[in-house]
Structures are given as C-alpha cells and as structure tokens.
Write a protein that binds this ligand. Sequence first.
Ligand code: PEP
Ligand code: MG
Length: 572
Amino acid sequence: MIIKGIGASDGIAINKVFKLEPVNIVISEDKITDITNEITKLNNAIKTSVEELQVIRDKTALKLDEEHAMIFDAHIQIATDPEIARQVEDMIKSDKMNSAQAFSVVSEMFAQMFENMDNDYMKERAVDVRDVSLRVIAHILGKKLNDPTLIDEEVIVVANDLTPSDTAQLDRKFVKGFITNIGGRTSHSAIMARSLEIPAIVGTKNILENVNDGDFVILDGETGTVVINPSNKDIVEYKKKNTEHQQQKALWAKYIDKPSITTDNKVVELAANIGSPDDIESVINNGGEGVGLYRTEFLYMNNDNFPTEDEQYVAYKMVLESLKNSKVVIRTLDIGGDKHLDYLKMDEELNPFLGHRALRLCLERTDLFKTQLRALLRSSIYGNLHIMFPMVALLTELRTAKTILEECKIELKNEGIKYSDDIKVGIMVEIPAVAILADQFAKEVDFFSIGTNDLIQYTFAADRMNQKVSYLYQPYNPSLLRLIKLVIDASHKEGIWTGMCGEMAGDQIAAPILLGLGLDEFSMSASSILQTRYLFSKLSFTKMEAMAKKCLTFGTHEEVKEYVKKTLKGEK
Ligand code: PEP
Ligand code: MG
C-alpha cells in the first residue's frame, strides 16, 4: 500500500513503525475476586513504571542536564510513595476495587490535595502526580505509553502531529524518520527534521490509521511517498535510490571549502538556519558561511520557564564564538502561531498566525524583550552580531523596537557592561505590507531577511499548517516573485543587503530565480547548503537574471516552474 504526503526532509528510511499517539485509557469499575493477583499486578506496574522513569531520567540528564532530570526523580518518588501504595492496597482489599480504579482514585485525591495548596510550586506537583498515575495505570491495563524517550531500536515514528519540542526530543540514533498526518513543508516540525537531517513526510492525512506498531515501511522524504509493508522488489528499488542519493551527497561534499560563486563570478552568501547552539556543528560540517537565522524561541521552548539573561547570554555567546567573525543573525523571540510556551499564558485566539505573536508580544511584554536584548548586547563582543526583529508590520513597530534596544544599551553602559559598537539591526520581511513599503523600511535598517514561510501564507491567505490549503504554498508564483523583487531592489537602492531565511531559499528551483533577482544571502537548513553551492557553480548569473525577468511576466506558479526547469536543464 502506498500513501502520499508532503516531502518535508530528503532521504530514504526503511524501518519498523513506532506509533506515537496518546493512549486511550478506559478504567472499568469491575470488582475483583483474586486480591493477591490484583496486588501483584499493581506492584508489577509500579516496578515497570519506575524502571521506565529511571531510563527517561538518565537520558534527560545526558541530553539536557541534571536540573531537568530531577523532574523524573520526583516522578519516581511519587510512583514509590508508601502512603499512596498503602491506600491503594486498602481499597483493593476492603472494596474489591480493581487496581487501576483504586490507583486512579487515590492518586486523584493526592493531586487535588496539591492543587488546593497555597504555594504555587506545590500546586504544580498535581501535574506530576497525574502524569505518574497515567503511567502506572497504563501498565496495569497492559497498554503502551508512547514515550519517544523510550525508543531504543531503529524506527520510523508515525504520529498525528509532532510539536517542535517533540521533534527536538527525537534521538537521531534510533529515529530514522518520521511521518505525520498533518502539517506542511514549512511547519516547524518539518523545518526541524531538515536541520536534524532526519527524512520526514508530513500531511499524509491518514498514515496513523493505516499502520500498526512494528509494520515495515519505506519513507521517501524527497517525493513524500510511504510504502507500507513493501515487497522485496520495492526494498531493492529504494535501497538503490538511497545509494544514488548518498553518491550525490558525496559529490556536493566536494564543495565544502569552495566559495559560493557562479560561472561568471557572481558571489553570494550561503548561510544556515539554526535553532540552538547544538546546530553549529552541522553548519560547519556543511560549509555554511554564517548563520542567517537563529530561531531563539527554541531556547524558550526547551525550558520550564523564561530563560534568564545569563542563560541566553551563554547560548548567544557560544554561537558567536563558534562562528568566529562570520555573520550571525539572531532573531528575537518569535513565539505564537505553531510555537507555544507552556509557561506563558496567552489568550485563546481564533487565528493565532494573525494574532498577538512575535514582536507584537515583545512590544507589550517589554520585560521579556529587554532581557533578551540585554543578553544579545552582552554577547555582541564575541562576534559579528546582527539582531533581527520578526513579524514587523509597521514602521512604528520597528522604531519602538529600536528605541527599546537603545534603552538597553544605555542601561548596560550605566552598569559598566561592554557591548560592540558595530551591531547591525534588521527585520524579517514576512508581511506583505512591509514588502510593499520596503523603500521606506530600507532607510531605517541595516538589512532585510525575507521570511517566505510566513510571507507566502500571508500573501495567499493560506494557513501554513493546514494541508487542505497546502496547494497555495506557491513559492514560484509571480505575485510572490514580484514582492521579493520590490524588497531586493529597495534594499540595493539604499545600499543594504537582502537575504532570505524562509524555506524557499534552499529550494532548488526557486534559488536560481532568487539569484537572478539579485538576492544577496540565502539562508537555509544546513543540509541544503552544499547542494545549492554545487547548483550555483554550474549557473551563469547573467542568464539567471534574464530567466528571473521572464519569470515575472508569467501568470501562474506552474508556468514559472516549467520554464525554470527547462532553462536549468539547458544550463547544467
Ligand atoms: C519565515 O517565516 O519564513 C521564517 C523564516 O520564520 P519562521 O519559519 O520561524 O516563522
Ligand atoms: Mg516567520
């Protein structure tokens, strides 16, 4: 059986399925007859839960730190709490209650007791009790708790959706790919898959319903094809394709130390998008010439609370230092849309992508904004820092953000803390209003970076997370290309540069058009850099300029795509 989805991250994986879905727990009220057997069941479930929690604890200590691991020490304590166990056993013995029901009743009593306490810290322990209770009850009922941390063999994860933090938790050693029911090419789990270099397919609509745990599947992340329980012939065919893919990668790898230059000597910059200092290794291994986008929100998302100024400073300094004097564009907090913080209460919104997100939120929560700006300023002495504001719609927003940045500089100066006097400030161009008014914005910034993931969703009014409207993700549509041209031309007129950090920058059909439109910097998943450098080395800038000019005269995305494909065939 074949299922089609949206190819989100290139590569082929052939492995067993591990379904990651919430467990459906139904607790019956059936009375028991064999007390001893029920107590043994309970004790076994507690024992298995503790063993699992110990594994999760150790892995968390390794991947994150001891502080995060301690959460699971607390879970182990709850699972082995003698008072809970005594009360559960009493209920089994005196009321003949089954162990799942008894554990649920007792743990809920404890959870509510915590919830009613005055102290915020103790209140939050209710969540831990319920979490542990779910684990123990699942084991009593013989159900599998789908915890990605427990994966200890090579698998392909199949889920309805993966949040960016679920994706961050996947262990590359064991998770060879993932496939989801929902999501689009620019949803953040897809973007993360590319930076983790895990083959992935999103937006299949119904993969979860069509596979069982342990089924064998082939995942082709380039074409978005899933083959369920493949024949030997399929396996041979895809293994061959995989070998060819590896050979191609070996050819691209030869371009690691070469400049990004066309046949007629036009030089551009190929930079990488990162989500954490851990990604720097991959930037260097893939020949990235700098960082065109550091999405700092993952620093916030992988935390239980707002990262402090010092924590942020350490992360930014690490990135700047590792890249020596190469350009590093660090984007201020872009939370909202599909990126949430459990610890930041936000109002329910009907249209979160059009809502109170990113810079809009920062301009209201200036306390959060200033903490980040101070950390950025302090880190600036370690490299070539560019600060970038996301989701700017108005010049007045940009001006307010710049004023707050200046206030932070004055604060630091008064405190005797150093910062570089050569920090560049730019904006993401991801709202059409800014692209149209780029000539005005260009007078007040040092650079532009076009965020096409959002610019496309706002230009075509199509939610980037909704696969039903994913056909409207049209990077080659002339209306979008004309907007991009406006931005590039306006920046050059003011003597500043324009980059692109949306996924379109690494698209092998779009990149030559962008080259021809005069884009200065292309920032993409590190895994796409070498392929793009190789592509550019075969192209003539003059010809790409002519090609781009012609693209602007077409009416549809498809016409542009066909024309560019044909032109590139003649070039390469
Ligand atoms: C974009 O919108 O193109 C972008 C790069 O930002 P994000 O994907 O994080 O919204
Ligand atoms: Mg964006």
